[in-house]
Design a protein around this ligand. Structure first.
Ligand SMILES: *Cc1c(COP(=O)(O)O)cnc(C)c1O
Length: 223
């Protein structure tokens, strides 16, 4: 994509977001030059879905970038992101929290993370069910995982043109978020990450406060 367009897309989308909704620019598969254009246009939060690719980009880009891991994470790769990752969105089972806590501890850091909830119809998408998440969030997470800050929820809706269905899925996640927030002893539990290029207006309508947008900013991906 022409670099001017990246900056234009970014600014147009950013200006369209209501107060309180923050943009994570999803730069997966895109070259560092494209990230620099967005950075120079003021963007600081970037999302990647592969740990090694994110680590390589981290090495060469300005260090005030906040790196978000939005993809599926594997335990044996966590060590590569633990020194610098700002927030991990794709925490899809309890085991992941144990693994990430251990790596965060080694780096003497507290890492922000979100509980990924499976709200879509597709089996291929990852995450806790509402029941599993409910039981998980009832635990004393600060005590069990002292090096993690469990600060909210993440979800992906079904990839469908049926906007009513997408709305229902986002709405259900928002209801669960509000209920969990009320029950949570942590004042930091306040992030609801939902919405991508194709569905973020619906996600915002349903209560999202973090949108993860890639192709509408950087253009379509080949991979
Ligand atoms: C790729 C990806 C996005 C961004 O997708 P676009 O449709 O390009 O905006 C958002 N969230 C997750 C989890 C992704 O993997």
């Amino acid at each position: 994509m022409i670099q001017n367009e990246i900056a234009e897309n970014l600014i147009r989308i950013k200006n369209s977001l209501p107060d309180g909704v923050e943009l994570i620019a999803v730069s997966k598969t895109k070259p560092v030059e494209d990230i620099r254009v967005a950075y120079n246009a003021g963007q600081r939060d970037f999302g990647e879905n592969r740990i090694q690719e994110m680590a390589e980009k981290f090495e060469v880009l300005p260090n005030d970038i906040r790196w978000h891991m939005i993809g599926h994470v594997q335990g044996n790769k966590m060590k590569y992101m633990a020194p610098f990752v700002y927030m991990v969105h794709g925490m899809d089972k309890e085991k992941r929290f144990k693994e990430l806590n251990k790596e965060a501890q080694k780096n003497n850091r507290v890492i922000n993370c979100l509980v990924q909830i499976h709200i879509a119809k597709e089996e291929s998408k990852f995450g806790f069910s509402f029941d599993e998440a409910n039981a998980f969030l009832a635990k004393d997470l600060k005590e069990i995982y002292p090096n993690l800050n469990v600060c909210g929820l993440m979800g992906m809706a079904t990839n469908t043109s049926d906007s009513e269905q997408v709305k229902r899925e986002f709405g259900a996640l928002n209801d669960f978020f509000l209920m969990s927030k009320k029950k949570s002893p942590s004042i930091h539990f306040n992030i609801l990450s939902m919405g991508m290029s194709g569905d973020y207006p619906l996600a915002i309508e349903q209560g999202s406060n973090r949108v993860r947008i890639g192709s509408s900013i950087f253009g379509t991906r080949n991979q």
